[in-house]
Design a protein around this ligand. Sequence first.
Ligand code: DX5
Ligand code: ZN
Length: 222
Amino acid sequence: MSAPPPVVAPSILAADFSRLAEEARAVEGVADWLHIDVMDNHFVPNLTIGLPVVTSLRAATDLPFDVHLMIDDPRRWAPGYADAGAYNVTFHAEASDNPVSLAKDLRAAGAKAGLAIDRDTPVEPYLELLPHFDTLLIMTIKAGFGGQKFIPAMLDKVAAARRHVDAGHLEVRIEVDGGIADDTIAQAAEAGADAFVAGTAVYSAADPAEAVRHLKALARRP
Ligand code: DX5
Ligand code: ZN
């Protein structure tokens, strides 16, 4: 079985929030997913958008939504994003006391289930949970803000996850998030990532669609 083609997901955290629908449409046809960072000012210090905005945006674009919940108490909120039509709903391992149960609920609600681990969290304790998940998001920065510098040491976690996924023939995307750009995406792909979030690299570019195209070309697994 050949590896599925890489997925690039522009993060709207770096977009103009007063023009979210237009910013989403600017990458339609070339982006695979639209990455939506939900932050609650508790799990992370930053505060972004919630369910009402995501619901409105859902009606404005055909792009699959990759919702990244950086929130406390994901059990309370995550299923709402699945009900709102998100393609994938990712919550943080650090915020959940029963990740497998929530993953089952998300799948039952029709979404893919994603597990995220932050910069200071090891991946090993979570590898055995992966059969219950569709996506493993490995932060390549400390979660909370866009525009931070990629941390190469995080790629050890990516490589460990890739070995586990391949050995078990699991159908799990390994997603990296934070500082992904022209100069970092190839090393993340080489370590085994096959889904790539890019905020600043896409939305600070003069032509966001062209930036996504370029990143996709660089992300092809060697
Ligand atoms: C930060 C978010 C990221 C952020 C990445 O906690 O999870 O998705 O948008 O932004 P860049 O690509 O600028 O590092
Ligand atoms: Zn994110």
